[in-house]
Design a protein around this ligand. Sequence first.
Ligand code: S5P
Length: 362
Amino acid sequence: PSWTASFESRALAPATPPLTSYLLRLMTIKKSNLCFSADVTTTSELLAVAEEVGQSICLLKTHADIISDFGDRTVRGLRDIAKRKGFLVFEDRKLGDIGSTVQRQYTSGPLSIAKWAEIVNAHIFPGPSIVTALASAASDAIAVYNTAVHTVITSGEPSSSDTDNDQDKPDPNKLTRTISVPSGEKKASIVNISTTIFTRTERISPQPTPFPSMSSASPDPLKDLKAKLGPAPYLRGLLLLAQMSSEGNLLDEAYTNKCLEVARENRNFVLGFVAQRSLNTLPDDNFLVMTPGVQLPKDSETGKVSGDGLGQQYNGPRHVVGELGCDIIIVGRGILNAKDRTAEAERYRKAGWEAYEERIGL
Ligand code: S5P
């Protein structure tokens, strides 16, 4: 589809991968094409700011490696807020190594990104196998999750007495057998037993770190959204860094075109790009473009925001979304440094959404 097509119609196009489709529907229902870049250095700050802006965003971007106390509390807290406020999580890890190494960086170590972030990004300078290696690691992570789901369904709720007892750890061979096509009834129950799933995953996962709990007893301020959209699917996707916002960067047009070529070869896993303009040129291209280097002038100012003195270059939402066809604006300090972050996030959401509506002719 061309970039003047609505997000809704792009979500419904038959070839759209499930994660892209879910995100496009989320954006449509929430009227948000705002990704907040939560560039903070502690778990408390991350969770506080996610609560403050969650209502206005479709995506929250992290740099987990700058969070000094990153760990289980960070992941559980973030997943809980993401579920309540309705946004996906994007870890801006910018992977760039040989396939075998990025697989480990993605799935293990203290960050274990694949477990808690729907989206991660990578450079393609190591060659296209970085994408196939990550796709394979992602499908393994999803398989572990599904194995856990089926185990719980077939073995019922664990009693409090067996929770710490390794004796009744499910037999891995039995697990494989229980993965046979689930009935509709079983599928429906998957959603309701998420706490159990993750409790069990801790015990059966070959990974050392447990999957985070996605359940929460807190009241749900976005009931309507959930009713229309359903729970976020357990899926994983990749963004390729096709262009950068920083002055003098080396990603030239040939490199950008190569990213597009690699993305087209991996349409089910690559949901789009971090770039400065839309890269969709073929009728089949339905890649999302997420664009950093976005700021609005402050209320009292009329001037253009130019940079941060460290090479960052800023543009306004109207330019990147309306004129260059980008889909999602990525905003960090523009919101982070505001006195009232909730109000500022809402101001950016509106500006981004208006630019999108103008672009599709609404
Ligand atoms: O080209 C890029 C790619 C990225 S992901 N330029 C960027 O600025 N980013 C990231 O976007 C950067 O790492 C930071 O997290 C965010 C921009 O933050 P801001 O405070 O300048 O809005």
